[in-house]
Ligand binder design. Structure first.
Ligand SMILES: [Zn+2]
Length: 471
């Protein structure tokens, strides 16, 4: 595969050309081509540009006509707990947060490798069908090989780390799980285990370093994990500053210090760090976050669900974004679908009429380049540019939610969302076509998920109670 040398030279052949695309590149200029094309060879994008220019240089052995639909880089879901996937709808919806998390703890205790495999298949399939081509697991997978196998089978990109690394977690209901006792030795023995996946530069499933976070690790463990991630060139991730009550508890343990100020003084706020939630940020904390070059992963739906953002001041995420902090989006849990984070964040940013709304482009940026930067993979994914991996979403305009088509970026982020996803390409491979998986039997994935979820619910004596009589 070599591009044409100029006029009179026939186009070079490549594996695939996507034509007739409303092409949103997310390149440095954020170029959008009204009638664009992408040439792909193997795993890589080899050319992006106006359709005529691409046609002059490349002829695909296969081509896909996008029929004028938006084509954009695949989304990164930067915070998702894979073992939660099969809990959708089974925990009591009116439970207090501590009872809800107790349900999670009991669920995790009973999961085996096949349960985690079924969870990952179901989650990966659902993500792909919503335009998510890569996700960062939030440090809750016990059976990483089973999850990796499912991830590869469904064809999505992922990054995994070790489960529940914490050593001071007496305050957390989940720390009573026998599988994940708060224990420094256990954490140090596991820390970095998943980084072995990065030895293969083409691995679809990679590893990063993750602590559970929110004050559940000693300073020593936090420093060891942050240092390890930096030396390995991967992300360090943890939950942090999630809600008012949790922050107050951590602050009390720190003798009144604000947690992020403490972490800055410890020297662990660095550019490879991505902290999840960050709903409660005081001014002194915002300063150290901005100065550090770290990233923030915003999970807007869980923030609303538990009232995490009610801190008596404006939500910090829009301010941090405007101040240049890299930001990504996460779904966190399966109660809402994978196409809701951008919509929820859009509405949250506008809530209260503070005159500082964000726009659809901001969320597209968070969902693509923002997530890629969190994963330290911005040289490989996050935009459609030559030399990057072909992780691409092709949308249809032939759904009611895509009409009348004035403003395609706003439309796909807020209105048509998962419904307009037609074709998804990951690492150069077509993994969704016509809205369905090309790699797995979706019916089998669903049946397995239902069977495994029913068994787990039975085991921990959970019954989904409808409020209304089911006759
Ligand atoms: Zn989480």
């Amino acid at each position: 595969m070599n591009p044409s040398g100029g006029p009179g030279v026939p186009p070079a052949s490549c594996d695939l050309v996507i034509t007739n695309a409303y092409l949103i590149t997310m390149d440095l200029r954020r170029s959008v081509y009204r009638r664009g094309a992408v040439a792909i060879d193997g795993r890589d994008i080899v050319m992006v540009g106006p359709e005529a220019a691409v046609h002059a240089q490349y002829r695909g052995r296969r081509s896909i006509d996008a029929r004028g639909g938006p084509v954009h880089p695949g989304f990164v879901d930067a915070h998702y707990h894979v073992p939660n996937q099969l809990t959708r709808g089974v925990f009591p919806d009116t439970a207090a947060m501590s009872d809800y998390y107790l349900c999670y703890a009991r669920w995790y205790e009973r999961m085996d490798a096949d349960d985690e495999h079924a969870s990952a298949l179901s989650a990966g399939l659902e993500m792909l069908r919503n335009g998510v081509t890569c996700f960062m697991e939030a440090g809750t997978v016990f059976e990483a090989d089973a999850v990796a196998q499912a991830v590869e089978a469904v064809g999505i990109r992922a990054s995994l780390s070790e489960p529940f690394l914490w050593d001071t977690g007496e305050h957390d209901v989940m720390s009573h799980m026998t599988r994940a006792r708060p224990d420094t030795d256990r954490c140090l023995a596991l820390l970095g285990r998943e980084l072995r996946r990065n030895r293969d530069p083409h691995a679809l499933v990679r590893g990063h370093v993750c602590l559970f976070g929110s004050g559940s690790a000693s300073d020593g463990l936090t420093k060891a994990a942050t240092d390890l991630a930096e030396s390995a060139g991967v992300a360090f991730n943890q939950h942090q500053n999630t809600g008012v009550a949790g922050v107050a508890a951590q602050e009390a343990r720190l003798g009144g210090r604000h947690p992020l100020v403490h972490l800055a003084e410890l020297g662990v706020l660095r550019p490879h760090c991505a902290y999840t939630h960050m709903n409660v940020i005081r001014e002194d904390e915002a300063v150290v976050v901005r100065q550090s070059g770290m990233s923030v992963i915003w999970c807007p739906a869980n923030s609303m669900n538990w009232g995490f953002g009610r801190s008596g001041r404006r939500r910090p995420q829009p301010e941090l974004l405007r101040a240049g902090v890299n930001m990504a989006l996460g779904s966190d849990t399966p109660k809402w679908g994978f196409d809701t984070p951008a919509l929820t964040a859009y509405l949250l940013a506008r809530d209260g009429g503070d005159g500082d709304p964000l726009q659809a482009e901001d969320f597209l940026e968070m969902a693509t380049l923002g997530g890629a930067r969190v994963l330290r993979m911005e040289d490989r994914i996050g935009s459609l540019e030559p030399g990057k991996r072909a992780d691409i979403v092709i949308r249809t305009t032939e759904v009611p939610e895509s009409q009348p088509g004035h403003y395609p970026i706003q439309n796909l982020m807020l209105a048509s969302r998962g419904k307009s996803v037609d074709t998804v390409i990951v690492d150069g491979r077509i993994v969704v076509r016509g809205g369905h998986s090309t790699l797995v039997d979706e019916g089998v994935v669903y049946a397995t998920a239902r069977e495994r979820a029913a068994r787990l619910a039975r085991d921990i004596d959970l019954r989904t109670e409808s409020r209304w009589p089911v006759l």
